[in-house]
Design a protein around this ligand. Sequence first.
Ligand SMILES: *[C@@H]1O[C@H](CO)[C@@H](O)[C@H](O)[C@H]1NC(C)=O
Ligand SMILES: *[C@@H]1O[C@H](CO)[C@@H](O)[C@H](O)[C@H]1NC(C)=O
Ligand SMILES: *[C@@H]1O[C@H](CO)[C@@H](O)[C@H](O)[C@H]1NC(C)=O
Ligand SMILES: *[C@@H]1O[C@H](CO)[C@@H](O)[C@H](O)[C@H]1NC(C)=O
Ligand SMILES: *[C@@H]1O[C@H](CO)[C@@H](O)[C@H](O)[C@H]1NC(C)=O
Ligand SMILES: *[C@@H]1O[C@H](CO)[C@@H](O)[C@H](O)[C@H]1NC(C)=O
Ligand SMILES: *[C@@H]1O[C@H](CO)[C@@H](O)[C@H](O)[C@H]1NC(C)=O
Length: 721
Amino acid sequence: MILRAPLLLCLLLRLGSTEPRVVDLRQDPNVAVFESGVEGENFKLLDLDGDRLLIGARNAVYNVSLHTFRGDDAWNVLWPPADAVHKDCRMKGKSENECQNFIRVLSRDTRGGVLVCGTNAFLPWCKVFEDGPQGEDLREVLTFEAKGLSPFDPNHNSTFFRDGDMLYTGTVADFAGGDALIHRRNVSREHDLGVRTEQADDKFLNKPQFVGAMKHKEHVMMWFAEEAVECDNCGPTIYSRVARVCANDLGNHPSYPNQWTTFAKARLNCSIPGDFPFYFDRLQSISALVPARPRTPASNLVYAVFTSSLSGVSQSAVCAFDISQIWAVFATSNYLTQDRAGDPWKVTKVSKSAPRAHECEFAAANLSDAQLKTARSNMLMERPVGNFFAEPVSVQRGPEQMTQVVVEAQAPALDGRFYDILYVGSDRGNVLKIVNLARAGAPGRLISHQVLSMRVASVPIRRLLLVEEATKLVTVTETRVFRTLVAFCNASYSCAECVALRDPHCAFDLQRKQCDVVSVSRISDRERFVQSVDSGDDSRCQGQAHVENKMLMDQPGRTPKLLRATHFASQEWSDPKNTSTQVTTLLASGAAGTVPPPTVPERLLAEAGLRGVPIIVVGLGVGVLALLIGVFLGICFTYRMYVLSSEKKSLSSSYYKPPSTVLTVSSSGSAPPTTPPAIPSNEKPINAYETGPLPPPAYAEGTLGRGGLSPSALYSKQTYL
Ligand SMILES: *[C@@H]1O[C@H](CO)[C@@H](O)[C@H](O)[C@H]1NC(C)=O
Ligand SMILES: *[C@@H]1O[C@H](CO)[C@@H](O)[C@H](O)[C@H]1NC(C)=O
Ligand SMILES: *[C@@H]1O[C@H](CO)[C@@H](O)[C@H](O)[C@H]1NC(C)=O
Ligand SMILES: *[C@@H]1O[C@H](CO)[C@@H](O)[C@H](O)[C@H]1NC(C)=O
Ligand SMILES: *[C@@H]1O[C@H](CO)[C@@H](O)[C@H](O)[C@H]1NC(C)=O
Ligand SMILES: *[C@@H]1O[C@H](CO)[C@@H](O)[C@H](O)[C@H]1NC(C)=O
Ligand SMILES: *[C@@H]1O[C@H](CO)[C@@H](O)[C@H](O)[C@H]1NC(C)=O
């Protein structure tokens, strides 16, 4: 009994937290793989055309069937740069590999046409293809220069969003890559000047790395990281931003022709709070808008992956931002302004009633030159956009960095709640499956729980896409595309092992006595299944081999030997405000500093049953206890330090303070609606994002070998530029 308290203490210090379950899919025969056989493909964009995946690559767009996962030679668009263009590019000192055509924009329109833009050997160009009248091969119907639509350099991180005839891009418009812009152009027209951000003004954009774009109501949002200009004393610093323009901004003001008058931007605050918040400032990827079920507050979240921009600190995090909070910042924040270049930045206060020129109602109005001048200097919001859950949904420590995120919105579970399920790709080729507990209104203190880690590849993941009603996951790396399952409910798991996964996709079937993938909306007899996403409570596993994993603090009598912690990555943790051991905050600061000596919570002693014991025994007990606590604290501390320094320090869960806006969804009552809310297709973002330098040239000049593609695959009406 006396041993219990120190053991509990160790548990308090999260010694029980272990690596999540790992599923190695690298040799799995059930994983479908697409590769062209050509090195240096630089796979990039994906679009879904019915059940066909469209993959932008080097000199090609592959049209891959989701079912067979094979390319279809007749439908691949092959588009290498013309010889003259290629030669010119080489003359300008670019490498053989850079002087290829890397497809950077790929978008279908409602008429069945597809717009393809590529770097085209540093002469960006677009082509529009349409189906032939009798469904024959694609025909080229339009071609125009893609300056300001596709970057020149294939390494540049650009993005785009298509809205009918209009293509919004975040990219660079010059050979050297210095002229960054947010641009809109009518792509149904051969000639269109479009609308752009001011050229050569680093207040608008300062060496941005674009990550994604989306439309919400009348605004188009661009998400990017850039060098902060407003930070006077902090040297070169990266900040992440969300910027907004109005779709109805025609850019036709006579003083500023072809420029946005509605451009505004705000900083994104993804940080671990504390006296010295630890900031994740380098945005890497965003999800689509993730709507909530009708019964939760009408919030639309965007999940975003960030890395720390501090050199030497390798940490990444997923944060969530609420569109209405972003809107509130744009509607009410003061501005950060600078009178002249070199002047210090200052806060410009605005009265609540003053019109805000970046709001869409003023886009078409004839603002006076003076009003417009003010509007253009008041475009940076003073207030950053806060993280919806007050702290990251998930934090990854150690050298492995998160790169991409895709979300299954509001997946129903047997408890009647709806969980956002996040798939987060890493630069080591792993995909983490994380359940957002907080948004579902699950009781407990954790924001999230990491169900498992899938080992898909060994190289960075550049793009993720959920297909077939989120039952399959498409993972894109530089040269390969994988199609995997999302649920791994091994039929041979015991009931307790199955429940301990805490995966909304898995439940233990008490009739068939196995762990199954469940489609909650189709289950009529819920009593037949055991699942506990919020706590991993396996008490309904009746006569099944029992595995203890539930709420250790509630059951101090259980010996930790029974712990099967390997099956769950996040554990319940006591409220840090009630103990003085704020381990997370300390870890969060990234400093390998000292851990403050934890004090023994008195409650623990009481719970350990020290009440009503004769005084001598108590004396002896306290002595022994003190000794044991000392020893155990030593062990705990050493272990903590070991965990701190060990390579893979993944911490999938964080302490959660429920924001007042998160309501609990009642888990009783009638069956929930069956289909997840559809995300309007025009609100789906495109992540045009890539990592790392290009590999060396893959094949010698002049060869046509495209690994398995017949020459008939060459687009027949190809016109070379
Ligand atoms: C992809 O191939 C299918 C036929 O397999 C075709 O119907 C579809 O139009 C193609 N999509 C594009 C954008 O080429
Ligand atoms: C884009 O250009 C086409 C062709 O000129 C025109 O028909 C269409 O109305 C334009 N779209 C918009 C949104 O201006
Ligand atoms: C803006 O000015 C133009 C002429 O310069 C005029 O035709 C138009 O009605 C004005 N629009 C508004 C909203 O004032
Ligand atoms: C960012 O948010 C945290 C709380 O989540 C807060 O402590 C911090 O002050 C915020 N930073 C800025 C610059 O507003
Ligand atoms: C299922 O679990 C058993 C034992 O735990 C293991 O041997 C088997 O390989 C697992 N199957 C899959 C598909 O993971
Ligand atoms: C600390 O715990 C007590 C009971 O254990 C609870 O009533 C109190 O609200 C907790 N304090 C905080 C700040 O959560
Ligand atoms: C694009 O983004 C990735 C990931 O942040 C970065 O490693 C790479 O350097 C960026 N590319 C360029 C040209 O800056």
